[in-house]
Write a protein that binds this ligand. Structure first.
Ligand SMILES: [Zn+2]
Length: 526
């Protein structure tokens, strides 16, 4: 068995890619990555272990995976079918133009098809049918050619990707990789050990720089320096093939490729990248924060702190020399906060509010809250927007969950002040906020008793407006008048609100939450 340990991000992408290409050998059950055949593949904590027999049939799996990922062949086939369905005398010119455009950029098909002149829809029909026939009959040839085109962007001219290879690419791949890997008969360097794994002897004459990828070129200077400007860097055949699989570990979005890097475990790495892929397909507009939210909901509470503070995103355009690395910059304290509030956060996962814009954009409260925390900009504007939306009967959130959110604001702020030397004491606790919520409910009940339900809306708007602009006086003024008018005592806790702006917002919104006790049926209105 050969062990493959987690390493730099590109190598990790290679491990994810290698596993995806060999997806016949593992399964995900629940949130666990399980090997289906431990004789061929063992999944350790920070490594995988393989028997060289795993490479049996690897060529086909490798090509199939790359071919499907590239997806051009199937996309064109579907397009041609659509052309045929829609083709008539009126659509002839447009379809003719589109068809020619496709053929122009599809060299292999162009060469096989020959003349693409069509004078009328009947002739075009025959031409498109012919193109479909060729695609289907010569599929194997298209597989080999498309994979070559696709992978050149990742790996340059290595092995079967070389310009001079125009046929039998699979055979070349088999001879260069599958066969020697399977039988372990790659020529080995007598003196040098692989610089990547540091374990296996290097394969003879393996060139690190051009051998792996243009992306890897990023390390050229460092590598040259380290190896006395010798561009031939020793690496073993196993590490080489792992790097050669990294394309399958990345996720593409708008021409850029992404990878979620974690050094936690192979399992976390796999699950995170699979989830990221899913999220990109689901919501390409904001995949990072959506991924993060979803990821947070899935990981075990005990993993949250460690995992979240070690997660990194890599973005590469392949042709660029340096990939961009960005992380959520989750410091220890934020990660700890998230971990402690895991349950509260989860309870918010379905709640949303609606923005007052033209499109009536639906905003998920959890996503927005996390976004603010990660940006270290947790402000009260979010609470304002939620309440505004609630008052127009457009939010989907319960009083209970809303109160949990306000309490999380408190916990977050407390946490923040604790970190500062000599930071202020807030003089508030969770119970204070719940008490204030109850005071809001009491006022609501009283208004109902006195048949003044029609006043609720205007009182709430006045309070919300004071909260929006942070006007404590205005807020107090409304509170005093209303409480006196309905024979209630002004809540004593309001004194705390006068002392501090954070207290003001937290108590104010808690009160408003009680006052607006959302009717069950209203909670479902969108
Ligand atoms: Zn190695």
């Amino acid at each position: 068995m050969e062990k493959i340990y987690l390493g730099d991000w590109l190598y990790n992408a290679g491990i994810v890619g290698f596993l995806r290409i060999n997806n016949n050998l593992w399964d995900i059950k629940g949130e666990e990555l399980i090997s289906k055949d431990e004789n061929l593949l063992k999944i350790g904590d920070n490594y995988i272990e393989i028997d060289r027999k795993i490479f049996d049939g690897f060529t086909d799996r490798f090509f199939d995976y790359a071919f499907n990922l590239y997806g051009r062949y199937n996309a064109r086939l579907e397009e041609f079918q659509r052309f045929l369905e829609n083709l008539n005398n009126e659509t002839f010119e447009n379809i003719n133009k589109d068809f020619k455009n496709i053929i122009k950029n599809f060299t292999l098909l162009k060469n096989k098809l020959g003349d693409v002149k069509a004078e009328n829809s009947q002739e075009l029909k025959h031409l498109i049918e012919k193109a479909i026939r060729i695609l289907e009959q010569d599929k194997e040839e298209f597989v080999e050619s498309d994979v070559q085109i696709f992978l050149r962007d990742f790996y340059g001219q290595k092995s079967f990707l070389n310009k001079t290879i125009t046929q039998d690419r699979k055979k070349k791949f088999y001879e260069d990789f599958e066969e020697p890997l399977k039988t372990n008969n790659n020529q080995k360097d007598k003196k040098l050990t692989c610089v990547i794994c540091g374990e296996r002897p290097a394969k003879k004459d393996t060139n690190y720089d051009t051998g792996f990828s243009p992306v890897f070129g990023l390390n050229k200077d460092a590598v040259n320096f380290a190896w006395n400007f010798n561009t031939k860097l020793p690496s073993c055949d196993i590490c080489e093939i792992v790097y050669f699989c990294y394309f399958a570990g990345l996720t593409e979005l708008n021409g850029k490729y992404y990878f979620v890097n974690l050094d936690d475990s192979v399992e976390s790495l796999m699950l995170a990248n699979n989830l990221f892929k899913e999220e990109i397909e689901k919501s390409p507009e904001n995949p990072f924060i959506d991924f993060f939210t979803e990821y947070l909901l899935r990981i075990k509470k005990s993993q949250a702190k460690y995992t979240l503070s070690n997660i990194n995103f890599l973005e590469t355009e392949l042709k660029e020399t340096l990939p961009k690395v960005f992380s959520f910059n989750i410091d220890y304290n934020t990660a700890e906060f998230i971990e402690k509030n895991h349950k509260n956060l989860k309870s918010l996962s379905k709640s949303f509010f609606i923005l007052p814009d033209k499109n009536k954009t639906r905003v998920y409260i959890l996503t927005e809250f996390l976004n603010l925390i990660l940006k270290k900009d947790l402000n009260y504007g979010l609470l304002y927007k939620i309440f505004k939306s609630i008052m127009q009967d457009k939010a989907y959130v319960s009083n209970y969950n809303l109160q949990r959110l306000i309490i999380m604001y408190l916990l977050y702020k407390q946490n923040l002040y604790k970190q500062k030397v000599g930071g202020k004491e807030m003089g508030l606790e969770e119970k204070s906020l719940d008490d204030m919520y109850i005071k809001g409910k009491i006022l609501l009940e009283r208004l109902k008793e006195r048949d003044a339900e029609n006043k609720i809306q205007s009182i709430a708007y006045k309070l919300l407006n004071a909260l929006k602009i942070g006007d404590t006086n205005q807020f107090m003024d409304v509170m005093m008048r209303v409480h006196m008018a309905y024979d209630l005592e002004v809540p004593e806790l309001l004194i705390e609100a006068l002392k501090d702006k954070d207290n003001f917002y937290l108590l104010g919104y808690s009160f408003l939450n009680g006052l607006l006790k959302i009717q069950e049926e209203n909670q479902w209105k969108v």
